[in-house]
Design a protein around this ligand. Structure first.
Ligand SMILES: Nc1ncnc2c1ncn2[C@@H]1O[C@H](COP(=O)(O)OP(=O)(O)OP(=O)(O)O)[C@@H](O)[C@H]1O
Length: 636
């Protein structure tokens, strides 16, 4: 063997290469199990020094002759030596010299110390920080995986007592780490109450509990009034029961037979549908005799498709003789406690003294204009016309929200007599719209609005020029061959439309906020109802005083602790915060301790909410088992 040969081919056989486990850990547990690398550090150190090998004085072939020197030099610079890749320990980044020869021997999959499991080249540096053996876990990556691991909506019921269903869809909720033991899978603790806002410093302590946990009193009052109005019945009203409608309740505020709107006297009743149980507003046209069945079919086919936040939806039209005449009935959506624009703004106020109606503020008028524009946009784009745009046929509910309440009626009633095209009727809609606004701004009933130019002129004194221009544009009939359109009008009032849109979104945000609170209250009500089904129950399945024995006794003491607390003087403690927090802790089954004392102070139980919850679930499940039908939604 020549010196050159030794230089060119450094000894890189497997058995001479120091095993990396020796290098890193000091030993290799595969040494006796077939690892073919060198496990003798001394041997390695004597042989792995590349320069030592190259200029080994023991080399038998070293000959100090010129030729030999030349040969030696030549050997030193042989092409093989030049091409030999430098030996660099793996891990620094350059390819391993032995990769072809040792590929089958040095198997990263078999020798785990070298290649950690789940090692993913793509994750070696996340956000610039390397993940070493999975020890470092980038929070941003984790957040992403939480989102991906959460079950899709509808798959998982947060209120279910048993969250094991989460195990499969949420298995990746807490990503597994090589270094951390895998914890139990669990959803975030949504069960603990976390009110949104903290702006309550200016409230008295007695106000806080209500403010923190419930919707504003005014909102609650309005909703309750609406529910009350919806449920109202009039047993001796003398009103008939229709084929599929019952509990008719008159909504008219006067009994004048007014034929000005439809050519027939009309009456409005609240009624409940026997099939769906829903409430509707039935508008009856007294004495109308239907001559053409097609009228209802054709008109309803188009109007049933109309959906707009500013139009009362019409559901069906039918005739009846139950009122003792032949009547035509339109079934509309019912909006409890609505008033017409006429009732709200155009009727004198009766108090101690007669007062003329006060003028409507400009911002309210713009709100109405935007909403009616929205309704007309929907109607006109469906190739229909509103036709009935009168203050007495537009209803107003809370927050100046208005809806056209008599659409489709004139289309049915004048199905055969109408000679105008839809385009003409749409042009009329715009003029009627202008007159309606003029009527509201001048506090004049439309029937008394005889001098439109004078009325328009008077607008300037109370309202902006912008409003006056908008009304003037609407009431002015179109030039022949130049029809006006609602789209033209929209472009003219675009700024007011966006202002209104913004207010509507703000209103929506506020309602969402209150809805979130009510979600929590619904949960409290549910757990309270379940608790009440258990405590104080007498006999169950043959067991006398079932609720006084076993786990149920502790639940009864818990009920006392939550609802019957007294202060040091024996006075009742009525803190809603305490009640809600205890119920939520029970629902969340947390590990906090609770001390329950019997009424005679003889027995004290110290247990966690988690244990209480288990007792609670056991007791309730027993009830469910004994109930005939099971409990619908019992686990919800
Ligand atoms: N869809 C509805 N939902 C709830 N209430 C409604 C609905 N439609 C109308 N109303 C209410 O019914 C009552 C009577 O309405 P109507 O249109 O007959 O007014 P009116 O002033 O009596 O008109 P007219 O003099 O032409 O009969 C009004 O108070 C109105 O607010």
């Amino acid at each position: 063997m020549t010196c050159g040969a030794r230089l060119a081919l450094p000894d890189l056989r497997v058995e001479d290469t120091l095993c990396r486990n020796i290098l890193i850990y000091g030993n290799c547990r595969y040494e006796d199990q077939g690892c073919t690398f060198n496990h003798d550090q001394n041997k390695n150190s004597s042989q792995s020094e590349f320069p030592k090998k190259a200029f080994n004085v023991d080399s038998p072939s070293f000959t100090p002759s010129s030729q030999a020197q030349g040969a030696a030099k030549k050997s030193t610079l042989s092409s093989q030596a030049a091409n030999a890749a430098p030996f660099t320990p793996r891990g620094v980044g350059t390819p391993n010299l032995q990769q072809t020869a040792e590929a089958s021997v040095f198997n990263p999959a078999a020798i785990r110390e070298f290649t950690p499991q789940n090692y993913d080249i793509a994750n070696t540096a996340t956000n610039g920080v390397p993940q070493e053996n999975g020890i470092f876990n980038d929070p941003f990556t984790t957040l992403g995986s939480i989102g991906a691991a959460l079950p899709a909506a509808g798959q998982y019921n947060l209120y279910a007592s048993d969250h094991s269903a989460l195990a499969t869809p949420g298995a990746q909720f807490y990503p597994q780490h090589g270094t951390y033991p895998a914890g139990p899978l669990q959803p975030p603790n949504y069960h603990l109450y976390q009110p949104y806002d903290t702006y309550r410093q200016d409230l008295q302590p007695w106000q806080r509990a209500t403010y923190d946990f419930f919707m504003p009193a005014k909102m609650r009052e309005e909703l309750q009034k609406k529910m009350f109005a919806t449920q109202q019945v009039m047993p001796n009203s003398g009103l008939p029961q229709l084929e599929r409608w019952h509990s008719l309740f008159p909504l008219d505020t006067h009994n004048r037979k007014n034929t000005s709107s439809f050519g027939y006297p009309s009456w409005v009743y609240k009624a409940q549908n026997s099939r769906t149980g829903r409430y509707y507003a039935l508008r009856r046209l007294e004495g109308y005799r239907l001559t053409n069945e097609k009228a209802i079919l054709t008109v309803m086919k188009e109007w049933k498709k109309i959906r707009s936040a500013n139009i009362v939806t019409v559901h069906e039209v039918f005739t009846t003789r139950e009122f003792g005449d032949s009547s035509l009935i339109f079934a509309f959506d019912y909006h409890p406690l609505s008033k017409t624009l006429q009732e709200s703004h155009l009727q004198p106020v009766h108090g101690n003294r007669y007062r003329a109606p006060s003028s409507v503020p400009e911002n309210v008028i713009w709100g109405y204009i935007c909403q009616i524009t929205n309704a007309l946009k929907t109607i006109h784009s469906s190739k229909l016309a509103a036709r009935c745009l009168e203050p007495s046929k537009i209803i107003i509910s809370d927050n100046n929200r208005i809806r056209l309440s008599a659409c489709s009626i004139l289309d049915v009633v004048q199905f055969e007599s109408n000679t105008k095209s839809v385009q003409e009727l749409q042009q009329e809609d715009l003029v009627k719209f202008g007159k309606l606004i003029l009527s509201l701004t001048t506090n004049t009933l439309p029937a008394h609005l005889n001098n439109i130019p004078a009325a328009l002129e008077s607008l300037g004194a109370k309202y902006s020029a912008n409003l006056k221009d908008a009304v003037a544009w609407l009431v002015t009939p179109p030039n022949p061959g130049e029809p006006k359109s609602i789209e033209h009008f929209i472009s003219g009032i675009a700024t007011h439309m966006t202002t209104f849109f913004d207010l509507a979104l703000q209103d929506n945000d506020e309602k969402q906020f209150h809805l979130a609170r009510e979600l929590e209250n619904g949960r409290a009500a549910r757990i309270m109802m379940k608790l009440m089904t258990i405590v104080e129950r007498g006999e169950l399945g043959g067991a006398q005083a079932w609720s006084e024995t076993g786990d149920r006794y502790q639940l009864k003491l818990f009920r006392d602790y939550v609802f019957h607390r007294v202060d040091a003087d024996g006075k009742p403690n009525l803190s809603i915060g305490h009640m809600l927090s205890c119920l939520n802790k029970l629902d969340a089954a947390i590990d906090e301790m609770v001390v329950l004392t019997s009424r005679d102070n003889e027995t004290v139980f110290v247990l966690t909410y988690r244990e209480l919850k288990q007792m609670f679930d056991r007791a309730f499940n027993e009830l469910v088992k004994h109930s005939k039908t099971g409990a619908p939604g019992a686990n919800n």
